[in-house]
Design a protein around this ligand. Structure first.
Ligand SMILES: [Fe+2]
Ligand SMILES: [Fe+2]
Length: 286
């Protein structure tokens, strides 16, 4: 691995002690209303504020569950990279990121425990496919780093928009703090993943990238669907019935689809600039 980004001199602070956990509150929004998968759907907008807030809690819980799964993948890979690295600076870089991801996961678990929301444990086809790829792909491969970029950036896009909800003072203070800490750390993770993605794509022959790009496009769609369109089980847990009908409404929701396209575009553009001819059905104008 060449020219790793230098680790900036930052002081690590345990995120668990940076959050006032006494302030966990269910009588507020956990995601701004405009970020909900059903935002703008007339049947949904007619529900009471309390019912829609409950959906915001469960959609955020879904984001936490996606984060816990993804971070477990990253931590495993990063720990192995650190172990195999002969260079002390590289080793430190990887271990620092493991520590940050562990801190994020601990925040997620703490919020789930304190708020009384249980983990759903639903595993989709997409997550199983990524589990498999994550174990099979070499960390020197261009496909691996392209997938890391996608994995880091898609949830981060939602988290960045979530922080804006705090400006309207409607969002849970604890959720805002979690998103704030998370997005600050992720900015560095995403920059690092992009650098590795650029370098590994440049080393990868064009014919190989052309051959792998359709699989990468499928992975983007599966992952975008998983992150941005919660499963029917989430709506059930939020008290919306029949859940399958609500999920169908979310999938057909033009407001959601426009938001998803905006969230996907920066990542798709970056991958194309790096030599990956990828596209997504959720970002047709790209
Ligand atoms: Fe993270
Ligand atoms: Fe990360």
């Amino acid at each position: 691995m060449s020219s790793l980004t230098e680790l900036p001199q930052i002081r690590y602070e345990d995120p668990l002690v940076r959050i006032d956990w006494q302030a966990v509150d269910r009588e507020c929004w956990w995601l701004p209303p405009q970020l909900l998968s059903l935002a703008g759907v007339p049947e949904f907008e007619q529900l009471t504020v309390r019912a829609r807030q409950q959906v915001s809690h469960l959609e955020y819980v879904h984001l936490l569950e996606a984060g816990l799964w993804l971070e477990s993948q990253f931590m495993g890979r990063l720990a192995r990279l650190a172990h195999r690295s002969a260079d002390a600076a590289h080793r430190a870089r990887f271990l620092h990121e493991v520590r940050e991801e562990a801190g994020h996961s601990l925040m997620f678990v703490e919020l789930l425990q304190r708020s009384g929301y249980a983990m759903g444990g639903e595993r989709g086809l997409g997550t199983r496919a990524v589990d498999l790829c994550g174990n099979l792909l070499s960390s020197r491969s261009a496909l691996f780093w392209a997938m890391v970029v996608i994995g880091e950036e898609l949830p981060d896009q939602l988290n960045r928009r979530l922080r804006r909800g705090a400006e309207e003072a409607i969002l849970s203070a604890v959720v805002y703090r979690i998103a704030d800490i998370h997005t600050r750390d992720e900015a560095m993770h995403c920059a690092f993943a992009r650098e590795q993605c650029r370098q590994s794509a440049a080393r990868c022959p064009a014919w190989q990238r052309a051959l792998l790009a359709p699989a990468l496009s499928v992975a983007i769609d599966l992952y975008a669907r998983y992150v941005y369109f919660p499963s029917a089980a989430i709506y059930t847990r939020a008290g919306l019935a029949p859940a399958r009908l609500w999920r169908a409404r979310a999938l057909a929701n033009v407001h959601r689809r426009a938001l998803v396209a905006r969230m996907l575009r920066p990542t798709l553009e970056f991958l194309n600039r790096s030599g990956w001819r990828v596209s997504s059905r959720y970002c047709p104008q790209h």
